[in-house]
Design a protein around this ligand. Structure first.
Ligand SMILES: Cc1cc2nc3c(=O)[nH]c(=O)nc-3n(C[C@H](O)[C@H](O)[C@H](O)COP(=O)(O)OP(=O)(O)OC[C@H]3O[C@@H](n4cnc5c(N)ncnc54)[C@H](O)[C@@H]3O)c2cc1C
Length: 495
């Protein structure tokens, strides 16, 4: 009997992990990818002797990668180390740096003067978040939902004590435990990892504080984040998975309940028995399958996550006042800034931003004696700010702020400078309106409300990755590949 053929659209982490899991199950697997190389958002940029990680700079919940390599029958294809301290934070106008340790003794020293009783408050906060984490991971994150009622039913099985966390925001949750402005700001930054703000993120996501501080923590990848992709590509090559680059799927050939082929922008057909879509699950339904429920008009009304404005700087000299992961925040305007930034209601002259100095951990990412600086500024998506002709001015402002706050003249020592705005992100990886983390994670856009990983019309089409269940971030994407393949395992015989 010949093996069933699977076509995977998109070679992001979700597509690669799904392809390897399917190959292990005996499928013949082929992949198509619109960008010139694999990885999707987990990508790499090389310029003038510097090798930059393009977006993700660390990951959590490493045991999901362990599960994945076991299921795919491969060795862990990259090496990672747990980090402590996690990151440092500076507020504009102050010389003080807060270092965020996982070690509670060291962490308490950072905050005792501004938050008396910090340790005891933090322990109570983390205990509450931890109890929720266990229930959410078992009851929601690791489950496939066949329908919205199925999801709602599963939710009713969560202990009632968690209900207030669905109704409160992350910011009000922080305010229940902490009084200091700085403490509340710093420990609510996790909302930005979901691409939103602590004011519109439900307190359920305080579980992210638990993951960073207590649970599995954060991990750096030795040699840079792209080693994950390089490792998976080696395994894909060994397994005979063929990947075609610079191929954008824009149409399909299907009827009744069966899709027979996808069609690319050059009119070529890509036939298979089953299809897995790693492109955005909402946008693909709207723009490729032309489903009215997913028209641009409808998608524009949904909640989308922050858009990335990213900068990749090669800098001569060693910057003294910088850590591997750093947050440069504003001065006392956290609430108005957070509430206005994604709607283009605040100026980008003095933005909040994250800086990753990769050469501190991975010296080979920069020439000797130089810094490899990646900057992420969360900005409005293209619905709210379609025109980025001011991008170089925004980049100049950030560079000058970074110089002032680190005491290193970045402008004068620039060896390379690449800037990507939301339109670039949209065009490179098909991100809807340039939204960096895809659909938002408010309660009505997760679980059974999120675009399903099984197509509603074609019974041989499934979806995988950050835009379907359970959600965004590298470990969630690995879980997503597991959930998708579980469904394929269970549903393939019903085709
Ligand atoms: C700036 C930024 C920083 C981040 N930082 C972190 C971090 O530190 N830690 C973390 O865990 N997560 C982070 N994330 C999130 C993480 O990058 C994503 O959740 C994850 O990489 C998504 O993987 P995916 O496979 O679902 O999607 P993608 O990586 O988007 O892959 C989808 C692939 O499909 C391709 N594609 C799309 N449409 C088509 C089409 N029509 N035809 C053919 N191919 C198509 C795309 O080119 C892409 O390669 C960050 C994201 C961004 C943007």
């Amino acid at each position: 009997m010949t093996a069933r053929k699977a076509l995977v659209v998109g070679a992001g982490l979700g597509g690669l992990a799904t392809a390897l899991r399917l190959r292990r199950r005996g499928y013949e697997v082929e992949m198509v990818e619109m960008y010139k190389q694999a990885g999707g958002r987990l990508n790499q940029l090389v310029a003038d002797g510097f090798t930059f990680d393009m977006a993700p700079t660390f990951f959590s919940m490493s045991y999901h990668f362990d599960e994945f390599v076991r299921d795919a029958g491969i060795e862990m294809p990259f090496r990672f180390v747990k980090i402590d301290p996690l990151y440092r934070v500076n507020f504009r106008g102050s010389d003080r740096w807060y270092t965020i340790y996982r070690d509670l003794d060291k962490l308490s020293h950072q905050f005792e003067d501004i938050e008396p009783g910090f340790r005891e408050r933090m322990e109570r906060f983390l205990a509450s978040a931890g109890a929720l984490f266990d229930d959410i991971e078992k009851g929601v994150l690791s489950k496939n939902f066949r329908s919205l009622p199925d999801f709602l039913f599963q939710m009713t099985r969560l202990p009632l004590k968690h209900v207030p966390k669905i109704l409160r925001s992350v910011w009000s949750e922080m305010s229940r435990y902490f009084t200091s402005y700085e403490v509340r700001v710093i420990f609510s930054l996790v909302s930005f990892f979901l691409g939103a703000t602590p004011f519109d993120t439900p307190a359920v996501y305080s579980i992210l504080s638990y993951t960073e501080m207590v649970h599995d923590g954060y991990h750096n990848v030795e040699g840079g984040m792209y080693r994950i992709v390089e490792g998976l590509l080696r395994e894909a090559d060994r397994a005979g998975i063929k990947i075609h680059y610079n191929v954008t799927i824009s149409g399909f050939d299907g009827s009744g309940k069966r899709n027979t082929a996808f069609i690319d922008t050059l009119g070529r057909r890509w036939d298979a028995d089953i299809f897995v879509v790693n492109a955005d699950a909402a946008m693909f339904r709207g723009r490729v399958f032309r489903r009215t429920a997913f028209s641009d008009e409808k998608l524009d009304r949904m909640q989308w996550t922050l858009a990335p404005f990213t900068m990749y700087l090669g800098v001569k000299g060693k910057m003294e006042n910088i850590h591997h992961h750093n947050y440069f925040l504003g001065e006392g305007d956290y609430e108005p800034y957070s509430k206005g930034i994604f709607r283009n209601r605040v100026s980008l002259d003095k933005p909040y931003y994250y800086v990753n100095a990769n050469a501190i951990f991975n010296p080979q990412s920069a020439p000797p004696g130089c810094e490899n600086i990646f900057i992420l500024v969360p900005v409005p998506d293209l619905r709210f700010k379609p025109d980025w002709s001011d991008r170089e001015r925004i980049a100049d402002a950030v560079i000058s702020d970074l110089s002032a706050r680190t005491g290193h003249n970045v402008e004068a020592n620039l060896m390379t400078r690449v800037v990507l705005d939301p339109a670039d992100w949209q065009n490179m990886f098909g991100l809807y309106r340039g939204s960096g983390l895809g659909l938002g994670h408010k309660m009505t856009q997760v679980g059974g409300f999120r675009p399903s990983n099984r197509d509603e019309v074609f019974s041989n089409v499934w979806y995988t990755g950050a835009s379907t269940v359970p959600g965004t971030g590298l470990p969630m994407v690995i879980i997503s590949s597991k959930l998708t393949v579980q469904r394929i395992d269970n549903e393939i015989d019903t085709l």
